[in-house]
Ligand binder design. Structure first.
Ligand SMILES: [Zn+2]
Length: 366
């Protein structure tokens, strides 16, 4: 049974603990409200994945520098997520659900965790946050980027303060930023690999910016400031496929530097690896509706895992556990948003995308 703790102060000694020692001070997911000069709070979520410690490191440094000496420039509502997994330096424990799939609107609404995050969501909605950020790391070589769930000026503006690379996604469901996008500008930050000071510095700078900013302007974001990509598919390796990286005798041998393809716009005909045996279609790509679109993006008939159209992968990783628990990668296509974004609250998507090709439709090719 997992329970939410809600506090209006920092527990004694909290800031002295690295993520793996938070369990000495916290029982589980904890929502902490700290008052600042500007009342509308910034919501910051850290450690939804227990081994992704950058968010906690950034918040620790922020609070150490502000909390003892003066008031915070803005109120802060901090959610510290999966303390148990953090203790073991894991994304999640084997008997746990993925925290960032259990927010309202996903398929776990009826679970204990789903109800807990419903409470957090209701609570924060009532406080009308200035903005929301959920801080993550990933395991492959990825640039830092921000992800948003709505293509609106305020969301783009918020994200652009972190990175010029912005990803729009609506899958997977049940994520924190998607749930909060209903009532405030929200973003998910991907801060590269855990433990890199550069990632902590970057996210700390972004939090500080948000803490001091009086409001997010509604004026349109300049197209030069933001490169926006749309997540069009999730790629998984079939459970019955034996796979490896580099020179190993398995059904599928991926290139050993596969993750160097992250955020590269690839032409068609690029091979991700060799097929030596196993099922005919070792990968499964599904679109935002869960429809199998594998043949839209890949061909497997020449002993290779080959792309069949221009595509940009993200989150490619060499970490088997992440691949098995989550996925091999996401596929993205560029969105030319500048003609479509509006300063109003009307969501301009999905009509009006200017992509060369629309995913998710049955393809007549091959
Ligand atoms: Zn994560």
């Amino acid at each position: 049974m997992v329970r939410l703790t809600e506090l209006d102060h920092l527990p004694q000694g909290l800031l002295e603990r690295p993520a793996s020692a938070l369990h000495h001070v916290l029982d589980g997911p904890t929502l902490i409200h700290l008052e600042g000069r500007i009342k509308k709070p910034l919501f910051v979520s850290v450690l939804q994945h227990g081994n992704e410690v950058t968010g906690w490191e950034a918040v620790r440094r922020l609070l150490k520098s502000h909390y003892d000496f003066d008031r915070l420039p803005r109120s802060l509502s901090l959610l510290i997520g999966n303390v148990d997994a953090a203790r073991h330096r894991l994304r999640r424990l084997d008997d746990q659900l993925d925290y960032n799939r259990c927010w309202p609107g996903g398929k776990y609404d009826d679970t204990d965790l789903g109800k807990l995050f419903q409470r957090v969501t209701d609570r924060m909605r009532s406080m009308s946050p200035f903005a929301s950020m959920d801080i993550h790391n990933n395991t492959g070589l990825n640039p830092h980027y921000a992800a948003i769930n709505r293509v609106r000026s305020k969301f783009l503006r918020l994200a652009s303060h972190f990175s010029s690379k912005v990803v729009f996604f609506t899958i997977p469901k049940g994520t924190q930023s998607l749930a909060f996008s209903e009532f405030c500008p929200s973003t998910t930050l991907e801060c590269g690999q855990a433990g890199q000071v550069h990632g902590t510095d970057h996210s700390l700078g972004f939090i500080e910016t948000c803490m001091h900013m009086p409001d997010l302007p509604r004026s349109p974001v300049d197209a030069d400031e933001v490169h926006l990509f749309h997540m069009v598919a999730t790629v998984r390796i079939r459970d019955d496929v034996l796979f490896g990286f580099g020179q190993v005798p398995t059904d599928v041998t991926f290139h050993e530097n596969l993750d160097e393809l992250n955020f590269r716009e690839l032409p068609s005909g690029i091979s991700l690896g060799e097929i030596n045996g196993g099922p005919q279609r070792p990968l499964i790509a599904t679109d935002v509706n869960g429809v199998d679109v594998t043949d839209h993006y890949f061909r497997f008939d020449r002993g290779q895992l080959e792309t069949t159209r221009e595509i940009m992968p993200s989150m490619l990783t060499l970490d088997r556990r992440v691949i098995q628990q989550d996925c091999l990668c996401y596929l993205m296509e560029r969105i030319h948003f500048e003609d479509h974004v509006e300063g109003t609250d009307h969501d301009p998507l999905p009509e009006g995308f200017r992509r060369s090709d629309r995913p998710g439709r049955p393809s007549g090719q091959r």
